[in-house]
Design a protein around this ligand. Sequence first.
Ligand SMILES: *[C@@H]1O[C@H](CO)[C@@H](O)[C@H](O)[C@H]1NC(C)=O
Ligand SMILES: *[C@@H]1O[C@H](CO)[C@@H](O)[C@H](O)[C@H]1NC(C)=O
Length: 200
Amino acid sequence: MQITSVCLIFQMAVASSAAIIAQTNLPEGYRLADMTWTGVVEKGGPAMSFVGTVQSVENQVKEINSSWTIYNQWNAPQQEKRSEVSKRYPTDLLCDVPNFSAADSSPVKEGVKYLRGLGGGCGVGARSCVRVSCSWNGAIHLCNNNDHSISPSCSYLGDLADTIVTKCLNKESNCRTGPRGQGQQWDNENFNVIVALDQC
Ligand SMILES: *[C@@H]1O[C@H](CO)[C@@H](O)[C@H](O)[C@H]1NC(C)=O
Ligand SMILES: *[C@@H]1O[C@H](CO)[C@@H](O)[C@H](O)[C@H]1NC(C)=O
């Protein structure tokens, strides 16, 4: 009983500072913005854009038409052209980045699974970070260091986040059952993916 309450207080303390961390830990001069997902939600339909995390975008799409979804077999990510693949590759991986808090691996793994099966692009403006996915306080952010907006394939971001899960989210916690951790994976095209605790 006593141990349970100590764990609870600890978790609440971590969670309450997490919101601040997500705002202030951005590289200097960066702003936190909303992600723009662009993809096809109806077979044969046009590409459409929605703003929010993938979880929020899926809800918005379902509100328009309950039989629509962003997770479609027919819309699964295409194998990228060889020329595209060779242009883009992961570079530095950093675990335990200062000022980020550790996230539980299980909700992040869910996010990775969804992203990998998601067609379309996850868009972020110039010198901004966006929250791509967040569930049960496990968040995946995309930060863009370029002076122009980018929209890398969501499935590729899932691959980058998966590397962080495998290499960084492997610390046991006293109060929780699963492994946890945080980290940042860079891409050669001057953007990075961050997996860390956030409030959602
Ligand atoms: C909703 O989407 C389904 C599948 O694309 C389509 O058959 C149906 O006509 C749509 N309903 C409305 C009200 O647009
Ligand atoms: C961490 O946060 C503190 C307080 O906001 C700040 O002074 C420091 O520069 C941050 N460190 C990094 C590496 O961002």
